[in-house]
Design a protein around this ligand. Structure first.
Ligand SMILES: [Zn+2]
Length: 263
């Protein structure tokens, strides 16, 4: 064992970021929850940042609790962004680590802000208005004396992604005195960081989003999820976000053909 049992390594953006979640989460009152038990590491599902995140109903408290239970607490210090439209005061929307309590508006607003970042990326790729990507999440930038609304949206995007990755990019600390070695990535890997890493990896891969051609789905995706071989993702010639959508659309087309033959 080395005399000083830590090592500092350069960070890499993992293709499949892991996040930490607590094993227990319980309601304290209508707005506050408490986490307890052990921290366990889970892999964030592929393309969480354009799939589960965009599907999430932010008005549904239980849905937010369920995502928090599955993938950990998303908490960006949004109050650090000057005049960011979602910000409650720090006092009103808190995460209190000393008694492991948090206000449900913390993950709710963090999800809303990170969703806006995903939508901003998609809008920029498709040469649509990035300002509208934010207003779709209820975040409105008004043109000011220094910056246009569009410039403000880009500033907010950079600031938010930077906030999510804070603590990750400088270095990683590996604790060698535990077995297996405990990889501590600056702070603990967080759901917000995992989402930002997926977004940056998507930008880096230069792959755009496509939309599922199952007419009752239409969701954005990058690679088809869950093919014949687990862990394989198809990129080219794919029309459906997952095989179930391909089957649903094929069945629909089949029923339509039957109707045409025997009306
Ligand atoms: Zn689909």
């Amino acid at each position: 064992m080395p005399r000083f049992p830590i090592s500092v390594v350069q960070p890499q953006l993992s293709a499949a970021p892991v996040v930490e979640r607590w094993t227990e989460i319980e309601s304290v009152d209508a707005h506050h929850y408490k986490v307890s038990g052990n921290l366990v590491v889970v892999t964030l599902p592929q393309e969480f940042f354009v799939r589960e995140l965009l599907d999430l109903d932010l008005g549904d408290d239980q849905a937010i609790v369920d995502v928090t239970r599955a993938y950990g607490l998303a908490h960006l210090p949004l109050h650090e962004i000057w005049s960011f439209p979602l910000t409650k005061s720090e006092h009103e929307a808190f995460v209190d680590w000393s008694c492991a309590r948090f206000d449900l508006d913390v993950p709710r607003n963090t999800f809303r802000a990170l969703r806006a970042c995903s939508r901003h990326w998609i809008a920029a790729l498709e040469e649509r208005s990035v300002v509208e990507a934010w207003s779709a999440e209820g975040i409105h930038f008004r043109p000011g004396s220094r910056y246009s609304a569009e410039e403000t949206a880009w500033l907010a995007w950079k600031r938010l992604v930077g906030l999510a990755l804070e603590g990750l990019l400088a270095f990683q600390i590996v604790y060698l005195d535990s077995s297996p070695p405990n990889l501590a990535v600056g702070e603990r890997p967080s759901l917000a960081a995992g989402i930002a890493i997926q977004l940056l990896n998507a930008i880096d891969s230069e792959q755009g989003v496509r939309y599922c051609e199952n007419e009752t789905c239409g969701r954005p995706f990058i690679l088809q999820r869950g093919g014949a071989v687990l862990g394989q993702f198809r990129a080219h010639g794919v029309k459906y976000c997952e095989p179930a959508c391909a089957r649903a659309q094929a069945n629909r087309a089949y029923r339509r053909r039957l109707k045409e033959v025997a009306p």
